[in-house]
Design a protein around this ligand. Structure first.
Ligand SMILES: NC(=O)c1ccc[n+]([C@@H]2O[C@H](COP(=O)([O-])OP(=O)(O)OC[C@H]3O[C@@H](n4cnc5c(N)ncnc54)[C@H](O)[C@@H]3O)[C@@H](O)[C@H]2O)c1
Length: 384
């Protein structure tokens, strides 16, 4: 059965000058029939009103805070179907909890929470309520990443031996947080808003999730070193992590915000006994595939077959690049497809549920917790 009305969503965060809330709104709008109808875009009501007016929203649904929004929206017959949480990390937990407790489905940006116990509590609440919970690990939304996953699953690379994954950025190579206009730098380097870590939570979790999604490998233990290279900073701006997986494969992850010359250079190389793959998020329309007994290949999105799942989310022909917005949109298209089925009483299939869930979010926070534990113990190997 097809849902005969648009889905309705609300947003917490994403006020004037915010980064990712605007990206979420544009990504959701790439596909039809999901409308933004309610918000608490900021802790300041006048800022929420400003953004709401720019978006021509009904002012009666622009709320002073997320608690009021959750309560009021859950009372309406035309209340929101799901909420999008795009605030700094430390507030994800209370906001997600409030909406789940009011019976509203949730999409929350990563990292899920700042404490492992809070992440696990959200997992229990999702279990108890049966609500859908998506976590926007953006990079799993690329068709080439779906193909990478399919290649590993099919055994084309043979048993995996080693993973080399990195996410270097330059933007915190100086004390950017001292610039009053750079709010993104300021809260990420502030333990009160970012939690006990910065870099490894902000972008290290993207590595953990991408590798886990593509390879299916489960970390068994890790040894980590967190550094803060820029003077005056309490939280890490660089993380070096060795991992071992169940089954014996090994890996090395590096995330950095002081890597001069790098923008968002997330790259993953997976080495098996027979072949390897290389994915680079700054060139996401192509996937490099190598094998011991054949020529090297560069698969092109929209031109070459990317498998059933990968092909199903390609939007435009090869040579017209798709990118970050489309990766986000693919996660939302999948999440909202599953939600529509849930509302109409249909059963979502495997593809409908191919979006990062609260369990992926919990894994990310467990990863952060173990990295911190290891780093504080001078790199001691810690069981996952
Ligand atoms: N998936 C990705 O690729 C990706 C990329 C960037 C950021 N993020 C995540 O998105 C989140 C936001 O990051 P950002 O860079 O957009 O931050 P930002 O500082 O640009 O925006 C945060 C917004 O949240 C608002 N806010 C703060 N507390 C609030 C509250 N209690 N209620 C309502 N609004 C509140 C602020 O006013 C601001 O508008 C972070 O958790 C970050 O890790 C994810």
């Amino acid at each position: 059965m097809t849902l005969d009305r648009p889905l309705r969503y609300g947003m917490v965060g994403g006020g004037p000058g915010a980064f990712i809330g605007d990206v979420h709104r544009r990504a959701i709008a790439l596909d039809p029939n999901t409308d933004l109808v309610a918000a608490a875009f900021s802790r300041k009501h006048e800022s929420t009103l400003q953004t709401g007016r720019e978006l021509l929203m009904d002012e009666s649904r622009l709320y002073p805070d997320f608690q009021t929004m959750a309560a009021k929206e859950s009372e309406r017959s035309d209340g929101i179907d799901f909420v999008v949480i795009v605030t700094p990390n430390v507030s994800h937990f209370p906001i997600a909890k409030a909406f789940l407790e009011h019976g509203i489905h949730v999409v929350c940006d990563k990292p899920l929470t700042t404490e492992l116990s809070d992440a696990e509590a959200l997992g229990e609440l999702v279990e108890k309520t049966g609500l859908l919970f998506g976590v926007t690990y953006t990079y799993t939304g690329y068709p080439t990443v779906k193909k990478a996953r399919e290649l590993v699953q099919s055994g084309a690379l043979g048993p995996i031996r080693f993973v080399n994954a990195e996410y270097p950025q330059e933007w915190l190579a100086t004390r950017a947080e001292q610039d009053p206009d750079n709010r993104q730098a300021s809260w990420r380097t502030d333990p009160a808003q970012s939690g006990k870590v910065n870099c490894v939570g902000d972008i290290g979790t993207h590595i953990e999730n991408l590798v886990s999604y593509v390879t299916g490998l489960e970390i068994s233990k890790l040894s980590a070193r967190l550094d803060s290279f820029v003077g005056g900073r309490t939280l890490d701006d660089n993380a070096t992590i060795m991992v071992e997986y169940n089954g014996g494969a090994k890996g090395i992850y590096w995330s950095s915000q002081i890597a001069v010359g790098s923008d968002n250079a997330l790259r993953m190389r997976v080495y098996g006994e027979k072949g390897s793959i290389e994915f680079s998020q700054e060139d996401p329309n192509y996937l490099k595939v190598f094998s011991l007994d054949g020529p090297q290949q560069i698969l092109s999105r929209g031109r070459d077959a990317l498998g059933e799942r990968g092909d199903s989310i390609v939007r435009i022909p090869a040579g017209h690049p798709e990118g970050y917005f489309e990766a986000f949109a693919n996660i939302y298209k999948t999440f909202t497809g599953a939600l529509r089925k849930r509302i109409t009483g249909d059963s979502p299939d495997e593809h409908d549920l191919d979006f990062p869930t609260v369990h992926d979010g919990i894994q990310g926070i467990r990863f952060v917790a173990r990295v911190l534990e290891s780093s504080e113990a001078q790199g001691t190997w810690i069981d996952f």
